[in-house]
Write a protein that binds this ligand. Structure first.
Ligand code: MG
Length: 250
C-alpha cells in the first residue's frame, strides 16, 4: 500500500533527509586511501547521533552498521570493517540514512579514493546521470515505469548493466515502503505517481554483466564477473510542482 504524505509530513521527511545527506557528504569526504570502512561508518554514526537522529540502517533486518559501504565490484550492502582498508583507485559506494521525529531519509553515492581510472569515472558519472534522468520523470500523473525506463535506457545505451534484484522504494515513517521503484521497466506502466508520494530512486549499475551474487557474510552483493559497480540514490517527493529532491544539500 502506497502511503501519501501531507506537506507537513514531507517537511518532516526532508529534515531526516538533510541529516542523511550531510552524513553522506561527511562520509564521502573521508574516503581516502588508507582509511578503513569502519572509520567512515563511525563518522556517519557520530554525525547522525549529534543531530539527535538515529541511523536507520543500524539493526534493520539485522544489518550491523550505520552505512552500507561497498567497494569496486561490491554493488551494495557491504559491511564496514576495521580490516577493510580503502586503496588508491577504489570506488566506494556509501548508502546510509537517518530517522528523526518519526520519519526517514535515505541516500547513496559512489566516491573516488584518490585517482580512479577513466572507466571507473565514466561508470560513476553515468550512474549519477541516470539517477537525475529518473528524478525528471518523478512527476504526478506519470508511472513508476517512466522513472524505471529513464534510468535503464540511460545506462544500457552506454553499455552498462542494470541490477534488477534490488530496487528503490517508498520512504516515510518506515525506511522501506511501497511502491517498489525498479531501475528497469516500460514507460506508461506500473504504479501511478501521485502528489504526496515520497520515493527513493537508486540506480545500481554495473560496468559489465548485470548478474550479481550474494557473499557468504549474508549481506555483501557483488558483480558475478568481478567488474565495477556504482550506486547513487536520492529521496524524492512527488508534488504538484514537480519532483523535489529531499536529500539535496548542494
Ligand atoms: Mg534506499
Amino acid at each position: 500500500m502506497v502511503v501519501l504524505k501531507t506537506a507537513r509530513e514531507i517537511d518532516l521527511i526532508r529534515k531526516a533527509c538533510i541529516i542523511s545527506a550531510e552524513a553522506l557528504q561527511l562520509a564521502g569526504e573521508a574516503v581516502k586511501p588508507g582509511v578503513t570502512t569502519y572509520e567512515i561508518d563511525k563518522i556517519a554514526y557520530d554525525y547522525i547521533k549529534k543531530q539527535g537522529a538515529e541511523p536507520n540502517f543500524l539493526h534493520l533486518y539485522g544489518f550491523p552498521a550505520t552505512a552500507c559501504i561497498s567497494i569496486n565490484d561490491e554493488v551494495i550492502h557491504g559491511i564496514p570493517s576495521k580490516k577493510r582498508v580503502i586503496k588508491e583507485g577504489d570506488i566506494v559506494s556509501i548508502d546510509l540514512g537517518a530517522k528523526v521525529d518519526g520519519y526517514n531519509g535515505d541516500n547513496a553515492a559512489t566516491f573516488a579514493a584518490g585517482n580512479i581510472s577513466e572507466a571507473a569515472k565514466r561508470l560513476c558519472d553515468t550512474t549519477e546521470e541516470s539517477l537525475y534522468k529518473g528524478i525528471e520523470k518523478a512527476v504526478a500523473g506519470g508511472r513508476i515505469g517512466d522513472i524505471a525506463s529513464a534510468v535503464q535506457t540511460h545506462c544500457e545505451e552506454r553499455g552498462y548493466g542494470v541490477v534488477r534484484e534490488y530496487t528503490g522504494h517508498g520512504v516515510g515513517a518506515k525506511l522501506h515502503e511501497d511502491p517498489s521503484v525498479p531501475n528497469f521497466g516500460t514507460p506508461g506502466r506500473g504504479v501511478r505517481l501521485l502528489p504526496g508520494m515520497v520515493i527513493a530512486i537508486e540506480p545500481m549499475i554495473t560496468q559489465g554483466n548485470r548478474a550479481i551474487r550474494q557473499m557468504p557474510d549474508g549481506w555483501t552483493v557483488k558483480t558475478r564477473d568481478g567488474k565495477l559497480a556504482a550506486h547513487f540514490e536520492h529521496t524524492v517527493a512527488i508534488t504538484a510542482n514537480g519532483p523535489q529532491i529531499l536529500t539535496k544539500i548542494r
